[in-house]
Design a protein around this ligand. Structure first.
Ligand SMILES: [Mg+2]
Length: 251
């Protein structure tokens, strides 16, 4: 029986800082129907607190403990393993790591650092990796969509460093199974009792199904025609609003 719904944020609930049509109402209907809701994002440009505030501003009813971001997972990992990070992250994300030691780094954290992903910074990260520092990444998303255009995400840079240093990145956001399992554990549900809704066929849909969740691909956000063919076992709906209608109004 379905008890929890995990919602990817960008492309499912929002796009370009606006709520997608019907999304606020759809989330409210899910909550009032008793589903445990968790909000997931790989965004590497905002802190967990900022993500929660933005959702609230758009009208979504969400509490900070329902929001799971990849940077939040990385922070917990660094603390647990007492790692001192070399941060290649977006400047907006700095508050998430502000009180961690940054001198004599022994780990590389790579996110969508925008202009900082230049030769000098990547080269410094490469040297740390050669010295044995682990490479920790937000995700392997290849691209994201903003203002109607696709842009390079962190994934290609992660791959570049992996190839150069002969190391394998530890991914702590989607599509990591650990990320989904941490969310399920916190929500107190088994994989078979949860549905993941996303617009990214690899990082949301296939990754969640790998862990044993049901999944639904929505044809909004970064969805591209034909994506559903890559996940034939997944549900596919035009939008979150359409999914919620189908789920709750089914005879
Ligand atoms: Mg998305």
């Amino acid at each position: 029986m379905l008890k929890a719904v995990l919602l990817d944020i960008s492309g499912v609930l929002t796009e370009d800082g606006e709520a997608l049509p019907g999304a606020v109402e759809a989330v409210a209907r899910l909550a009032s129907s008793g589903f445990r809701l968790r909000f997931l994002t790989n965004t590497s440009r905002k802190t967990s607190a900022a993500v929660c505030e933005e959702l609230k501003r758009l009208g979504f009813d969400v509490a900070p403990e329902q929001v799971f971001t990849a940077p939040g997972a990385i922070r917990r990992h660094l603390e647990r393993h007492r790692l001192r990070p070399y941060l290649l992250i977006h400047e907006n994300l700095e508050p998430e790591f502000a009180d961690l030691p940054g001198d004599a780094p022994n780990a590389v954290v790579l996110g969508d650092a925008e202009q900082r992903l230049d030769y000098a910074h990547l080269d410094e990260a490469f040297r740390l990796l050669l010295e044995g520092a682990p490479l920790i990444a937000v995700g392997t998303n290849r691209y994201f969509r903003e203002n109607g255009t696709l842009h390079l995400d962190a994934g290609p840079f992660v791959r570049a460093l992996e190839v150069a240093a002969g190391s394998e990145a530890r991914i702590l956001g989607k599509p990591s199974g650990d990320f989904f399992r941490a969310v399920l554990e916190e929500a107190g549900v088994e994989p078979g009792e949860a549905l993941m809704v996303g617009d990214d066929v690899e990082c949301d849909v296939l990754a969640a199904m790998e862990v044993g969740l049901e999944a639904c691909l929505v044809r909004s956000g970064k969805y591209r025609q034909g994506d559903e063919a890559r996940a034939p076992e997944a549900r596919c709906e035009a939008s979150l609003a359409a999914l919620v209608e189908a789920l709750l109004d089914a005879p």
